[in-house]
Design a protein around this ligand. Structure first.
Ligand SMILES: [Fe+2]
Length: 203
């Protein structure tokens, strides 16, 4: 087993407690779930360090269970770090580099937004707009859990959490209204900062 270091949860930005249409109570409860993913990631990696490799078995083994659930914990960390980081802005239509990529790869901002919303309505956990480094374009991917179904070599730039924990307190079962509120709180400066730091080629 490789060496590992424990990680700590990122702090919640103060702006996250003042979102428009997503309540403080909802965000605070959501942040606790994120802290839980970080704790479980640390716990699982600690246990993996002492599991007997010879006991590995595909039907059931501690090694298998730890490896599978590690992907759920790490997915939960990465997904929520994107989610929390790019909320707290004024929403509205995307600007800058992201807008140009969207217009090239979806035809228009409205087409991108409609596709991402539909992806979020169809998913059981997540919808992401990600840049695929092999196809060199944006695509909206669907997810049913923290660890399904991301693809290799794609970098998420928008992460829409559609687990019920994200919206039930504020919207009960009206997921569509929550998705509209999500769009209304995105911070395009953050997304464009990621495009720059990842050196995603301009459209
Ligand atoms: Fe979540």
């Amino acid at each position: 087993m490789s060496n590992f270091e424990e990680i700590k949860p990122r702090e919640l930005k103060p702006a996250l407690l003042e979102l428009d249409g997503i309540s403080r109570a909802s965000v605070e409860a959501h942040y606790k779930l994120y802290q839980g993913y970080v704790n479980k990631r640390n716990e699982i990696l600690g246990k993996l360090a002492s599991v007997e490799l010879g006991s590995a078995n595909q039907v059931y083994s501690d090694f298998r269970a730890l490896k599978v659930d590690l992907t759920f914990a790490i997915g939960g960390i990465k997904n929520h770090e994107v989610y929390f980081e790019h909320l707290g802005g004024p929403g509205g239509d995307p600007a800058g580099a992201f807008r140009k990529l969207v217009e090239r790869d979806f035809g228009s901002v409205d087409a991108w937004r409609a596709d991402l919303k539909a992806t979020g309505m169809a998913g059981r956990g997540w919808a992401w707009t990600a840049y695929d480094w092999d196809e060199r374009r944006l695509f909206n991917y669907i997810g049913d859990a923290q660890n399904t179904f991301p693809v290799w070599s794609a970098t998420p730039l928008v992460a829409l959490d559609v687990y019920e924990h994200a919206y039930f307190l504020d919207y009960q079962t009206d997921r569509g209204a929550y998705i509209d509120a999500f769009f209304g709180n995105l911070d395009w400066d953050v997304v464009n900062g990621w495009i720059q730091s990842y050196a995603i080629p301009a459209a």
